[in-house]
Design a protein around this ligand. Structure first.
Ligand SMILES: Cc1cc2nc3c(=O)[nH]c(=O)nc-3n(C[C@H](O)[C@H](O)[C@H](O)COP(=O)(O)O)c2cc1C
Length: 249
């Protein structure tokens, strides 16, 4: 159909990499392409930190609860929401973005995410594989300290990249017809109710986890979501982001 659609259809997160390095100019080309991603009102409110230093990687591994690929991936990129450039020009005009509202926090996070996904796909297009690392937000303040992030910058997620040294099967997704609604939310093209579709997905995912040797329950996805969000995940994040200058008020 198209190379991009094919890449997406085959895509899977990869967490084990060969030792072969990724040339610095290839990383630069990937990032240059990613910076062509759309950006809300052209605000370009992101920065990317290329993290090579093994000590820094070790520290990030601690924040990410011991994720070994954070240390071992040939490339680690930290995608940050960054309001410093906007603050700079506003300060020159006697204004400030301080006490910023929800909108700027969201658009800068979306901007950073779009650039991160664009970089990920650009990397895939040259045969690199990777995995995004949201666990940098386990302790956003520690990540900010480790990466030297100033006020008004926070790390939205990291991205490990390298040449794959594993070929795991794809994790099943929910049915197309569960995700796509017509005209109004809830208007699906088949008549199954939400409970039925989620039961079917739980069974699919449980089979996938069992086949790949991972412990699971018969209500796999439902069980995982319930466990993940009750008690609430990263409940201190709002305070940590506020201390980085993101009010989300
Ligand atoms: C924003 C974001 C953060 C993620 N954080 C992590 C992470 O910290 N560690 C990890 O191993 N995988 C992480 N992942 C990968 C997801 O677990 C993975 O995409 C999901 O389980 C689906 O698997 P697949 O990508 O192989 O299809 C993250 C993905 C996204 C989009």
């Amino acid at each position: 159909m198209s190379e991009t659609i094919e890449l997406l259809n085959k895509r899977v997160s990869i967490r084990k990499y060969k030792g072969d390095p990724v040339p610095e100019d290839l990383v630069a080309q990937i990032l240059r392409a990613a910076f062509r991603a759309p950006t809300s009102s052209n605000i370009q409110s992101y920065s990317v930190i290329v993290v090579d230093d093994p000590d820094t990687r070790e520290q990030l591994k601690v924040v990410t609860a011991g994720q070994q690929h954070v240390v071992e991936a040939p490339v680690f990129l930290a995608f940050c929401a960054d309001l410093t450039r906007i603050e700079h020009v506003m300060a020159q005009r006697g204004h400030t973005i301080r006490d910023n509202n929800m909108e700027i926090g969201l658009v800068s996070s979306i901007d950073a995410s779009l650039v991160g996904m664009a970089a990920y796909m650009a990397a895939e297009s040259v045969g690199l594989k990777g995995v995004m690392i949201g666990a940098v937000r386990n302790d956003a303040a520690a990540t900010a300290r480790i990466l030297g992030l100033p006020d008004q910058v926070y790390c939205v997620f990291g991205l490990c990249l390298g040449w794959a040294d594993e070929a795991p099967p794809q994790k099943p997704r929910m049915d197309y017809s569960t995700m796509v609604h017509y005209e109004r939310h809830g208007t699906l093209r088949d008549n199954r109710d939400l409970g039925q579709t989620l039961d079917a997905y739980d069974a699919d995912l449980a089979r996938h986890y069992t086949d790949t040797g991972r412990v699971t329950t018969s209500d796999s996805w439902s069980h995982d979501m319930d466990k993940k969000f009750d008690p609430q995940l990263r409940d201190n994040l709002r305070r940590e982001l506020k201390s980085q200058g993101f009010d989300f008020r």
